[in-house]
Design a protein around this ligand. Structure first.
Ligand SMILES: Nc1ncnc2c1ncn2[C@@H]1O[C@H](COP(=O)(O)OP(=O)(O)OP(=O)(O)O)[C@@H](O)[C@H]1O
Ligand SMILES: [Mg+2]
Length: 232
């Protein structure tokens, strides 16, 4: 079992969030065919937003755009009132490195290193000390000496989540972060993420195909017919 000091009630009882963290304005993008047209989205401090939708509708592409990795064909993205895609490469890289925590659909860990070293690299890069409680919450304390290849898929996933949270990002972007986890563990892991968001005035944008999990977020959108339809 994973230890968690929080229960799901805490996440929903905070006062309404106020400060705008991220604002997407009229975002449109196509590859072979148009994926979405004039999408608008705002993320506030302490807020979590879920994006669901059928495979291939463009959820990961949208997350890439929102997380500064892919410039959209049209539209603007503001982070703390800065127009992200007008920044010089170096400034953009800095924001991506320090302020954004991106959990990919396929997680990237350094294979030649053990779990502990993977976390140390992240904490070196970000300048934030490792949080032992986080490892307890994610139930990976006991595998810290194991090589990445010796971890189960779910342990790797939890390690990459620990690595992202250790950076103390202001926004976490997560693409199917609990895809390798059983329902119970997924819930505990997401509780850790939700609690991080609330305690650190951060925000979360979560892409998932699990509706139960999506509805744990403050807002839920479905990517359908090239639009974001607000479901919650
Ligand atoms: N770099 C790319 N170049 C060309 N086409 C791409 C690229 N990335 C994604 N696509 C296409 O865009 C469409 C949307 O892909 P995307 O990965 O955003 O979907 P998704 O909603 O995340 O799907 P899933 O739920 O399966 O992860 C797909 O048809 C995909 O083939
Ligand atoms: Mg995807």
């Amino acid at each position: 079992m994973i230890n968690s000091e929080t229960n799901s009630e805490d996440f929903h009882s905070s006062p309404l969030p106020s400060k705008l963290l991220l604002e997407a304005k009229n975002i449109s993008h196509s590859f072979d065919y148009p994926l979405f047209n004039k999408i608008n989205l705002s993320l506030y401090e302490q807020e979590s937003i879920a994006i669901i939708g059928v495979s291939g509708t463009g959820k990961s592409t949208l997350l890439n755009i929102l997380s500064s990795l892919l410039k959209p064909n049209l539209g603007e993205l503001f982070y703390n009132n800065t127009n992200i895609y007008e920044l010089k490469d170096k400034k953009l890289l800095n924001i991506r490195r320090k302020d954004f925590g991106i959990i990919f659909q396929a997680h990237y860990l350094f294979r030649g290193f053990n779990a502990q070293e993977n976390l140390e690299i992240a904490s070196l890069l970000s300048g934030h000390a490792l949080d032992k409680n986080l490892l307890e919450d994610l139930d990976i304390t006991h595998v810290m000496k194991q090589g990445v290849g010796e971890l189960s898929g779910g342990q790797q996933q939890r390690l990459s989540i620990a690595r992202i949270i250790s950076k103390k990002p202001s926004i976490i972007f997560a693409d199917e972060p609990t895809g390798n986890l059983d329902k119970e563990t997924a819930k505990e892991v997401m509780n850790t993420v939700f609690s991080y968001i609330k305690k650190n005035n951060a925000g979360l944008i979560l892409v998932t195909h699990e509706e139960d999990l999506a509805y744990e977020c403050d807002k839920v959108f479905k990517l359908i017919n090239n639009e974001l339809k607000e479901l919650k």
